[in-house]
Design a protein around this ligand. Structure first.
Ligand SMILES: NC(=O)c1ccc[n+]([C@@H]2O[C@H](COP(=O)([O-])OP(=O)(O)OC[C@H]3O[C@@H](n4cnc5c(N)ncnc54)[C@H](O)[C@@H]3O)[C@@H](O)[C@H]2O)c1
Length: 354
C-alpha cells in the first residue's frame, strides 16, 4: 500500500468541487487543507469534503500543512505567483488552466519546477474524457488513416445568463486579453494539438469578433484556421450565438472520420466497413445509429445522476496521483503545456488576426 499524499486546494470556487470530490474519494490523497480568501467559502469546502483545516492565507497553509500536492484553482492572473510559492515550498503543483499568462512566463515557471524538482501540471482535462481517448486510439491504430483535418467547436450561450453575463458583478475573465473566450481557449488549443501535433505557428489566422458590440464582452466569437506542417488543417471555433450548446470534436483522416460532443457524449466513426464500398455507408448508418441510441440512454442516466463532463478531470487526477506516488512521469509533460501555450499566444497575436 502506498501512503496517501498530503493534498491541499487553493481557491474553493466553481471548479474546486470536481478536484475536491476526487480527493475525497481517492485512497491516494488526504486533504490536509483548503484555502480561499473568503473564510466562509474555505470552511464550507473543508466541511463538505472533509479537509483537515480551512485557511484564508495560502502561505500559512503551505507552512502549517506542508502539502505534497497543491491544486491551484484560483483566477488565472493569480496562478503564476501562487504556483511559484507552492513549488518553492516543496509541493507538486496541479494548476488550473491557463497555468501562466504567456509562453515565456510558462517557461519561467517550468524552470522553477525543475529547480525545485517538483511536478508542474496544467489541467488539460478534456484530453482525458473517454470519447477523446477513444478517438485518439482510432488515430493511433490507423483506423482513420493519416489525419488531415480537425475541428473543435464550443458553442455556449454565455450572454443568455449566468456569471459571464452578470454586469453588476463582472467575471474576472472579461479582463483577460481574449475576454471570456480566454477561459476556454486552452481547452480548444490542447485538444487541437492532441490530434494535429505538428502545427506551423506561422500559418495561423484568427478572426475575433464581438457581434453584440457591448461593453461587457470583449469578444463573443472566435474562428481560427491553423495549418499543420504537412498542409493539414485545423479549425477552432467558439461561438456565443450558434445553438444548441455543444463541445464538438471532428477528426478526419484519409480513411475515415470520427466525431463526438463532450457535452452530450456519443461516438460516431465513419470508415470503410467489411461490406465493401457499396454497403459501407449503410453499415456505418446502422452501427452509428445504434451507438447514438445507446449514448442517449447513457446520457439520460448521467443527467439523472447529475454527472458532468468532468470525467476526464477525475481520470487525469487519478493518473497524476498514481504517477506522483510511484515517482513516475505524469500524464501531461513539458511539450504538451509549452505547445498549448504557444498556440494560445499565436491565436491572440495581432499579426495573425483577420
Ligand atoms: N478545467 C476546466 O474545465 C475548468 C472549468 C472551470 C474553471 N476552470 C479554471 O479554474 C480556475 C478557477 O475558476 P473558477 O470558475 O473555479 O473560479 P471561481 O471564481 O468560482 O473561484 C475562484 C476562487 O479563488 C479564490 N481566490 C482568489 N484568489 C485567491 C487567493 N490568492 N488565495 C485563495 N483563494 C483565492 C476566490 O475567492 C474564489 O473563491 C480558473 O483558472 C478557470 O479558468 C477550469
Amino acid at each position: 500500500m502506498t501512503a496517501a499524499l498530503k493534498s491541499a486546494v487553493i481557491g474553493t470556487g466553481v471548479i474546486s468541487k470536481q478536484h475536491l470530490s476526487f480527493l475525497q474519494e481517492s485512497e491516494l490523497a488526504n486533504i490536509v487543507g483548503v484555502c480561499d480568501l473568503s473564510p466562509a467559502a474555505a470552511s464550507y469546502a473543508a466541511n463538505t469534503f472533509g479537509a483537515a483545516a480551512a485557511y484564508t492565507s495560502y502561505t500559512e497553509m503551505l507552512e502549517k500543512a506542508k502539502p505534497d500536492v497543491v491544486h491551484i484553482l484560483t483566477p488565472p492572473k493569480t496562478h503564476f505567483p501562487i504556483a511559484t510559492d507552492c513549488l518553492q515550498a516543496g509541493s507538486h503543483v496541479i494548476c488550473e488552466k491557463p497555468v501562466a499568462p504567456s509562453y515565456s512566463e510558462f517557461k519561467d515557471l517550468w524552470q522553477v519546477s525543475q529547480a525545485c524538482d517538483r511536478i508542474l501540471i496544467e489541467d488539460h482535462n478534456y484530453r482525458f474524457n473517454s470519447p477523446v481517448r477513444a478517438i485518439k486510439n482510432w488515430v493511433e491504430d490507423g483506423t482513420l488513416g493519416d489525419i488531415q483535418d480537425v475541428e473543435i467547436r464550443i458553442a455556449l450561450n454565455l450572454r443568455g445568463g449566468g456569471r459571464y453575463a452578470d454586469k453588476n458583478l463582472p467575471s474576472p475573465s472579461h479582463k483577460m486579453p481574449a475576454g471570456v473566450i480566454h477561459d476556454f481557449i486552452t481547452h480548444l488549443s490542447y485538444l487541437l494539438l492532441e490530434f494535429l501535433p505538428d502545427i506551423d505557428f506561422n500559418r495561423i489566422s484568427a478572426a475575433w469578433s464581438n457581434h453584440a458590440k457591448d461593453d461587457l464582452f470583449k469578444y463573443d466569437d472566435l474562428d481560427a484556421l491553423i495549418i499543420g506542417v504537412g498542409g493539414t488543417h485545423g479549425r477552432l471555433r467558439f461561438s456565443c450565438y450558434t445553438a444548441p450548446d455543444c463541445f464538438s470534436i471532428t477528426v478526419r483522416g484519409n480513411k475515415g472520420y470520427a466525431e463526438t460532443d463532450l457535452f452530450q457524449p456519443y461516438l460516431r466513426c465513419v470508415k470503410p466497413r467489411s461490406g465493401g464500398q457499396q454497403l459501407s455507408p449503410l453499415v456505418n448508418h446502422f452501427v452509428n445509429g445504434w451507438s447514438l441510441m445507446s449514448a442517449s440512454a447513457r446520457n439520460f442516466k448521467n443527467k439523472v445522476m447529475q454527472k458532468t463532463p468532468y470525467e476526464g478531470l477525475h481520470y487525469l487526477l487519478g493518473q497524476t496521483y498514481q504517477a506522483v506516488s510511484a515517482g513516475q512521469t505524469p500524464p501531461i509533460n513539458f511539450n504538451d503545456m509549452a505547445r498549448t501555450s504557444q498556440l494560445v499566444e499565436a491565436l491572440l497575436a495581432e499579426k495573425n488576426r483577420l
